[in-house]
Design a protein around this ligand. Sequence first.
Ligand code: KG4
Ligand code: ZN
Length: 362
Amino acid sequence: MSQLTILGLESSCDDTGAAVVRGTPGDATVLSSVVEGQNSLHEAFGGVVPEIAARAHAERIDVVVRHALERAGIALSDLDGVAVTAGPGLIGGVMSGVMCAKGIAIGAGLPLIGVNHLAGHALTPRLTDGVAFPYLMLLVSGGHCQFLLVRGPEDYSRLGGTIDDAPGEAFDKTARLLALPQPGGPSVEAAALDGDPKRFRFPRPLLDRPGCDMSFSGLKTALLRTRDEVMDDNRLKASDRVDLCAGFQAAVVDVLVEKTRRALAIYLQDAPAVPVLAVAGGVAANKAIRAGLETVCDQMSVRFTAPPLALCTDNGAMIAYAGLERFAGGAQDDMTLAARPRWPLDQAAAGMLGGGKKGPKA
Ligand code: KG4
Ligand code: ZN
């Protein structure tokens, strides 16, 4: 198969991304990837403000695209297609990306390829490690939490996911309750290192029920109650804070590890030649979670892989690559491509409940 060079645009949440990827399915290279975050714009509001996000994407996406093309040393005429996140996500941001991609496609006479943001995450292990289908993907971030059985670029089964908060959201809320800096994941993880994970026993929601669904919203309520019990005169001692972090993190690890064990058991029924568990999303950076997942994989003779963090979190390269896979398979969109706030990857599975702080989940 001849090489394809694809430009990818991502603007579904609070990162404006553009990238150029070149290659064939399972064997591609990132020529450039530019991501502009919006943390400073949303910081004061304690979460992503959709209207601010949409405006910032609209203002910056063309600049980010230009930088990506310049860094790759690629002209529009060198491209074979333009891929863009068409959902799910915050609708104003998704529209900014789709409009920009349509403009480029018309102006440069290029094919347009709409990409599901979750497919971008789910296919990243093929970009970074050339992982073969089928593999199991655990997507854990501030906005997503689900197990996906990835059988092909258009073939996904959702084995389960959170019914309320995503784990990253739970880390962020925990940090807020304990007066630790945002984003909560890294600060809670650092504090947990000095804490006793056994002192406070937090609930392990849904572990007593069959299946791969998870729930993290009850954890913060339990944490809040325990914090209030140990607070003295409205002050939280440093030793209590680190123990609360360690107890919270241990509960998240236990839930993710046990549910992963169940999802792997379902995946292994397909008898994949080389079984692989891939994780993606910002929460995959957590060392305790990673260690727990690696242990289950060892026990079940499954290879564990995690893309480098820059490609685990939202970026344009994953969209360019997912577009490359779709385009190589003959898929293409036209100017009727719509921006979709909700778009489950697995059309057969019921839509997820709840909407995270970073917008609707799929
Ligand atoms: O994938 P990501 O950058 O953005 C989306 O949510 O799409 O993930 C960000 C989330 C935040 O909630 C952050 O607190 C969490 O990932 N996170 C972590 C760690 N690093 C980032 N959670 C736990 N442990 C970490 N080390
Ligand atoms: Zn994402």
